[in-house]
Design a protein around this ligand. Structure first.
Ligand code: TYD
Ligand code: MG
Length: 487
């Protein structure tokens, strides 16, 4: 047999190359390829080839029992997991350092332990005393969580295999997978081979012992630490813990879930006593205790969004100012730059607003990241409001997608959006026409809908005559719409 060759593995995507290269051909990352020792068959579980068994084949018909769930009691976490932890499953919790991964997982362990389930928290990063300090800080000092400091996967497996009965953990937290190492793989902890090897062994352990394993994965801005990407394919559920450093809000987002909906979010607030659940995220993102819109200000528009299965109201803020630059600035936080460019272009071309000579800043308040096209209309409203220096009508919210020809297009989940807004005291909803119902669409009690067919119908709300040029442009005499488009 030929001597095993050293391998050159991209630490970003896990692709293997025959020689070192400055740039990974597979994912395009620069300077991400590191030499790793040849793969050891032990870790990969590969033995000498043998003749295969015949598999027992089954039909699709038959009863598929819904997996039994273990509720942590932290409802925001349970929601993101799709209704609690699933036994024999593997979850990856990824996020920037310092975002609160260790905190939330220790809290989850403690919550499960309080419900009489054995839990084990293994840290490869912190000493037990540090964990105790965190527990004391978050008021969990008396919890029955078992702690261990370890970096050897073999040690962790033997420990768990030796635990039986009520003592056998139902949840195992590995903090973090980058610190773990598997015997038989020579690469350093944190390399793709180690991370993959360690995860493989731990996932196998989870299936065998019917426990849920949650692995922490660090991602740095530079992508220096290997791992999470290759892990995403191996685990059942991938949660991202997000949040702006300056904000106390933290959002746990499911990006992959074999047992529940994706794009579900859980909202937490980092406090002195650990992470607290935010039961009413809309109120939080609107920055008002009761959730109702305060005194309206120019440049702000409330968007009724849907995050996963839940409506969430957020404030979209815009600042539009005349630019002295040849290429005016466009800065966006929490939304898509390309979509902003599109909304600006439509306002420019279809509504005659001269935004091309203005700097535009757009921000989603509260640190939420919005990805729905349904936010188009609220973004347009915030832009127009800032440009006209006129606040949106009081207690008004917006949703709707904007097409390139300036039409306002229907979006999904109309009812839940309206209901959430009504609940929070909004009186008017500026919305797309509802397909198939004409203008006689139903709205929940307490909220009036104003349906816009085209974006230009938005302008009068901000005191701009739709048929004239906006402030900053030259006013002109009323013209019919098709003439305006040519102009
Ligand atoms: P941590 O859970 O250690 O982050 P990660 O495991 O993702 O690296 O959280 C670290 C931050 O959270 C740290 O900057 C301090 C802050 N924090 C609080 O504000 N309150 C608390 O009760 C705790 C435990 C942490
Ligand atoms: Mg940590």
């Amino acid at each position: 047999m030929a001597r095993a060759q050293p391998r050159y593995v991209c630490q970003e995507c896990g692709a293997e190359h025959r020689k070192w290269m400055g740039r990974c051909e597979s994912c395009g990352a620069w300077n991400s390829i590191a030499e790793e020792a040849p793969a050891a068959p032990i870790a990969a579980g590969i033995k000498a080839p043998r003749k295969g068994h015949h598999l027992a084949l089954e039909g699709l018909k038959g009863s598929a029992a819904a997996p039994e769930r273990r509720l942590t009691g932290i409802s925001e976490l349970d929601r993101v997991l799709g209704g609690g932890l699933v036994p024999a499953s593997a979850v990856l919790v990824a996020g920037d350092p310092g975002i609160g991964k260790s905190t939330i997982l220790l809290q989850a362990c403690a919550a499960l332990a309080d419900r009489g389930m054995a839990t084990l928290y293994v840290s490869g990063e912190e000493a037990t005393d540090q964990l105790r300090m965190r527990a004391a800080r978050t008021g969990l000092a008396n919890s029955a969580v078992k702690l261990a400091t370890a970096t050897s996967v073999a040690d962790i497996v033997s420990t768990i295999e030796a635990m039986t009965g009520a003592e056998a953990p139902k949840l195992l937290v590995i903090d973090s997978i980058q610190t773990m190492h598997v015997d038989g793989i020579d690469s350093a902890p944190g390399t793709v081979s180690q991370v993959r090897g360690a995860a493989q062994v731990l996932i196998a352990l989870a299936k065998r012992r019917d426990l849920a394993v949650i692995m922490v994965g660090h991602v740095t801005k530079e992508g220096q630490i290997a791992g999470p990407r290759v892990l995403e394919h191996m685990v059942d559920t991938v949660l991202y813990f997000e949040g702006e450093r300056g904000h106390q809000f933290r959002i746990l987002r499911a990006v992959k879930n074999r047992f529940g909906p994706t794009d579900e979010i859980g909202v937490f607030e980092m406090s002195d006593g650990g992470l607290a659940e935010v039961k009413n995220p809309s109120a939080m993102f609107l920055g008002r205790e009761d959730g109702t819109a305060g005194g309206p200000v120019p440049g702000a528009a409330v968007f009724a969004g849907i995050e996963g299965t839940r409506p969430v109201l957020v404030e979209i803020q815009a600042l539009v100012a005349p630019s002295t630059l040849a290429a005016p600035r466009r800065a966006v936080v929490g939304w898509d730059t390309a979509r902003l460019a599109m909304v600006i272009a439509v306002l420019d071309a279809r509504c005659g607003l001269a935004l091309s000579g203005h700097d535009v800043y757009l921000s989603v308040a509260g640190g939420l990241r919005v990805s729905e096209p349904a936010a188009d209309l609220a973004v347009a409203a915030a832009l127009v409001s800032s440009l006209a220096d006129q606040a949106a009508p009081e207690a008004t919210m917006f949703f709707g997608e904007i097409g390139l020809s300036g039409e306002v297009r229907p979006v999904g989940a109309r009812e839940p959006r309206l209901r959430e807004a009504a609940k929070l005291g909004f009186a008017t909803a500026i919305v797309p026409p509802e397909p198939g119902r004409g203008s006689k669409a139903r709205a929940p009690a307490g909220i009036r809908t104003l349906e816009l067919k085209t974006l230009s119908e938005l302008l009068p709300l901000f005191g701009i005559d739709a048929r004239r040029r906006a402030p900053g442009g030259t006013p002109r005499r009323p013209a019919r719409r098709h003439e305006e488009m040519e102009g």
